[in-house]
Design a binder for this molecule. Structure first.
Ligand code: 4AD
Ligand code: MG
Length: 433
């Protein structure tokens, strides 16, 4: 019996005979040779089936293997510098579990709609393999970063009775006894309660937005990681956000080189993410935009996607924009003591035109000011009664932010549309498969 291993671990088995279990990614045959590109989820390797070295039965079975046939191949691992990945397997035994012909996704170009409708199969393509393995490394790096710094993961609920980011973008669901519930837009309000219980916390889970946006940056369901820190001010969480992004990029560069290569990612664009992110205020940003010939920015408005692109293209690293006008931001943000028309908030705009990857702020900790803000935003005060308790019992300064996972993965992978950064993307026009 030979050892069963994975493509990722072939380096530990050079000169040994091992068994790989996977699928035929591609096959070319020449006379007495079959070259099988085997994929097993961990990587890709060429397996050479030479007629003289295998049974006639196996040789003929491999001849009938189209793309995505499932196989088990046993053979000697050879280090080969010319081979992609650096190894090759000289097959001596094996079996075909299912020979497939006419797999719908071929190496030729397919349209986005065609592929999205077959997402359950499209996941097997090399590009998707690379993106979703990078997503995995990003998640591991994020959790490791917060764990090392003494944060506790306290997750927020998905079913909520009220809005967090504004009422217009909520998905309503039927709850029991004629009650309505909403799918959460952000775990923040609960994370604030958790922070006042545990000090430094984060929640990490799916969030939902019913906004009717069909852009390459919008999903209706996406994952958000939200740290919340008691006694922290805006500057503290801006530094936290910067350290976090630097750590995540470094970890992806350390652990996912084959995947970045498969995406033909220009890694120099990631290697320069070393910290010292440019920080500008909204006022400074608006000055730049108002003087920019391509900008349609109107003073006092929120920044639009084209404005963010203009600002991000001026820098190699993410840009942090602080202190937006109060009226374009959420009710819970703390007023800027130096300018009551502004709030102590930050948006982090990713490089290369990905747009906003992080939104955060210092939170209003004064009960009266917060009550006034809830009223000004025309939110139902009774739904926030529990949240207001946080300002009644041991109120303290606290701050946090939310990182959009798919936008972050999209940026790191250098992909155009963030739908590929989600295993099963949900968008305005798509809920299947
Ligand atoms: O800026 P947002 O709306 O902030 C919040 O929800 C705060 N409550 C977070 C907090 O302070 N705890 O969203 C945060 C991030 C954005 O910067 C963006 O990366 C991502 O979530 N995001 C989306 N990603 C994909 N599709 C959408 N429709 C998104 N909306 C926001
Ligand atoms: Mg935002």
């Amino acid at each position: 019996m030979s050892t069963v291993t994975t493509v990722e671990r072939l380096g530990n088995h050079v000169g040994e005979t091992v068994t790989l279990r996977g699928w035929v990614y591609a096959r070319t045959s020449k006379g007495k040779l079959h070259f099988v590109q085997l994929r097993d989820g961990t990587g890709y390797v060429q397996c050479v089936v030479f007629k003289r070295n295998v049974s006639e039965e196996l040789f003929d079975a491999v001849a009938g293997c189209g793309q995505e046939s499932s196989v088990e191949l046993t053979g000697e691992v050879k280090a080969d510098e010319r081979a992609p990945g650096g190894y090759e397997v000289g097959v001596s035994e094996g079996r075909v579990l299912q020979a497939v012909s006419e797999y719908p996704i071929t190496p030729k170009e397919h349209g986005a709609d065609f592929l999205l409708s077959r997402r359950h199969l499209w996941l097997r393509s090399k590009r998707q393999w690379a993106i979703l393995r990078i997503r995995d490394a990003v998640i591991t790096a994020l959790r490791g970063f917060f764990d090392e710094r003494g944060f506790i993961c306290v997750d927020s609920p998905m079913f909520t009775p009220a809005a967090c980011e504004g009422t217009s973008t909520l998905f309503e669901v039927d709850y029991f006894d004629d009650e309505k519930a909403f799918l959460t837009q952000s775990g923040q309000l609960y994370a604030e309660a958790s922070a006042l219980a545990f000090g430094k916390v984060y929640c990490f889970g799916p969030t939902f937005r019913a906004e009717k946006s069909k852009t390459r940056r919008h999903l209706t369901e996406f994952w958000m990681l939200e740290p919340e820190v008691a006694f922290a001010d805006l500057d503290d969480v801006m530094q936290l956000a910067e350290d976090m992004l630097v750590h995540v990029v470094k970890e992806v560069l350390r652990r996912r080189q084959p995947e970045l290569a498969a995406l033909e990612r220009d890694v120099s664009k990631l290697e320069c993410i070393t910290g010292g992110f440019p920080r500008i205020t909204y006022e400074e940003a608006s000055k730049i935009l108002l003087e920019h010939p391509d900008s349609e920015f109107v003073a006092g408005d929120d920044l639009g996607a084209p404005d963010e692109t203009i600002l991000s293209e001026m820098h190699e690293q993410p840009v942090m924009i602080t202190r937006y006008p109060k009226n374009v931001k959420a009710f819970y943000m703390k007023e800027d003591p130096e300018d009551p028309t502004k709030v102590l908030c930050v948006d982090v705009i990713g490089p290369e035109g990905v747009g906003e990857i992080i939104g955060g702020s210092q939170r209003e900790e004064n009960l009266e000011t917060l009550l006034a803000s809830i009223a000004a935003h025309e939110l139902p005060q009774e739904e926030f009664d529990w949240y207001l308790d946080l300002r009644r019992f041991g109120s303290a300064p606290h701050s946090g932010f939310g990182l959009g996972l798919e936008r972050t993965v999209g940026w790191i992978c250098g992909i155009e549309h963030i739908r590929e950064a989600s295993p099963y993307p949900r968008m305005m026009t798509r809920i299947r498969p």
